[in-house]
Design a protein. Structure first.
Lengths: 286, 162
């Protein structure tokens, strides 16, 4: 590992001061369950590493406007076990409990996953299905809020500037009676998933409204599958089932060919994963 | 490259040392403290042979900097036995022939020790799932899972005063 300086601030204020001081030469270290590997591989080589594990104010779980505000340093373990998360964002709890192994869940964080922006990240995909928003601070205290839709910009790339700190993740109150689906595909349990799908369906007067279908592993970054969402809008349950069976909404998927498979085969897998996830939310027997 | 003075509890003993910022907890335990029961193999966080307890939770010591363990409590395989008595998972691994070459065994033992504490009622299916973070390249999983279930049973028995 290339040598670096290490700083361990204990408050958001201290963290922002350090970011100001070190600028683009600084990298933030959250749970480290992805970044430690990248550091060792030399893919990330900061002059200064700012460890966030001692910043307690980033680890809170709070009620907010009928929804939830999750601190960026909330671990997968906490997100999976916290009763408030289970009540107000059950999909987040399920995804957090499915990531990696117990070791990874004990240290890995929700905010770290968002900033890492793995193309098939569980949490990024689920947050897209729930219309989450991301709250950040910059040196000097300027606050910004990003909708998660549009936050992921490329392979491991987000809208965050160097020197910007993800403070919390807002999860809005979900529509009354909404149903949800979440599935992941990996060859071996506990591995990085090849694909992740998450969806939210809300019924209004016998028709679906505000449907969200999000996919990880369908391209360079997690994203909503808009062609399918549009077919679901205003659809009855039967029409929704029919729409999911057609091929057109899945043609936009561009999975990255790698050692696990080529693009065409991966598209078939991702498509089937999305169909089953939607089936879960539609209450269809899988 | 910054140097840091760290002070942590390792297996109940206070340790104070200077560490370079990029020093992994695993390498600190092995090379500075001579606690070589904690292994390193995969270098990418998959194999679990470096599993230790940090403040009572199992973590991979190759995915944590030594400087991040400052002020915390670490338990390694060398600290699992108490008063000369093997931990129930160590005893169960022996009794069930739950290892072949033994390289992955300390990591498995550390993961299992937390599992039987947190999920004493663990069944065979959950046991397999719960061990995904540890890899055995001799592929002796059947007996490792048997050891986990046996250890959980013993721990329940001890809790019931049997």
């Amino acid at each position: 590992m290339r040598p670096f300086d290490f700083q361990a601030p204990v408050s958001v204020e201290q963290t922002l001061r350090l970011l100001d001081e070190h600028g683009a030469d600084a990298t933030l270290l959250a749970g480290g369950q992805s970044l430690m590997i990248l550091l060792r591989q030399g893919l990330v080589a900061p002059g200064t590493l700012i460890g966030l594990k001692r910043v307690e104010e980033l680890s809170t779980v709070e009620r907010r406007d009928g929804g939830l505000l999750l601190g960026s340093m909330v671990t997968y373990r906490t997100a999976a076990a916290d009763p408030l998360v289970a009540e107000r964002a059950p999909l987040v709890a399920r995804a957090a409990g499915s990531v990696g192994s117990v070791h990874i869940r004990n240290l890995g964080t929700v905010g770290g996953a968002v900033c890492h922006a793995d193309p098939a990240g569980d949490l990024p995909t689920v947050l897209l299905a729930l219309d989450a928003s991301l709250h950040t601070l910059r040196p000097g205290g300027a606050a910004a809020t990003y909708p998660v839709d549009g936050f992921f910009q490329g392979l491991f790339e987000t809208s965050l500037d160097a020197g910007e700190l993800l403070v919390s993740i807002g999860l809005p109150r979900q529509p009354e009676g909404a149903s949800f689906g979440y599935r992941r595909f990996s060859f071996r349990h506990g591995e990085y998933p090849m694909a992740v799908a998450a969806c939210r369906l809300a019924f209004e007067g016998g028709r679906y409204a505000g449907a969200r279908v999000a996919v990880g592993g369908g391209g360079l970054y997690p994203a909503r599958l808009r062609p399918l969402e549009e077919l679901l809008e205003g659809a009855t349950r039967d029409e929704a089932l029919e729409a999911a069976r057609t091929d057109a909404p899945f043609e936009a998927l561009r999975p990255i060919a790698d050692v696990r498979g080529g693009e065409a085969w991966k598209r078939r897998v991702v498509t089937e994963l999305i169909r089953r996830t939607l089936g879960d939310a539609l209450g269809e027997a899988a | 490259m910054s140097e840091h003075r760290v002070s942590l509890q390792v297996n109940g003993r206070r340790v104070t040392s200077e560490v370079a910022a990029q020093r992994l907890l695993r390498d600190f335990l092995r090379d500075e403290l001579g606690l070589t029961g904690t292994k390193g193999a995969c270098e990418d966080g998959m194999c679990g042979s470096c599993s230790v307890h940090l403040d009572g939770q199992v973590v991979k010591s190759c995915l944590l900097l030594a400087v991040e363990a400052d002020g915390h409590q670490v338990t390694t395989i060398e600290g699992l036995a108490r008063d000369g008595e093997l931990h129930p998972v160590q005893r169960a691994l022996i009794d069930n022939f739950g290892f072949q070459c033994g390289f992955c065994t300390p990591g498995f033992a550390m993961t299992m020790a937390k599992l039987i504490e947190e999920q004493p009622e663990i069944d065979a299916a959950s046991a397999q799932e719960a061990l995904v973070g540890n890899i055995c390249r001799c592929t002796g999983y059947v007996r490792i899972v048997a050891a986990l279930l046996d250890a959980a049973g013993r721990a329940r028995g001890a809790a019931d005063g049997r």
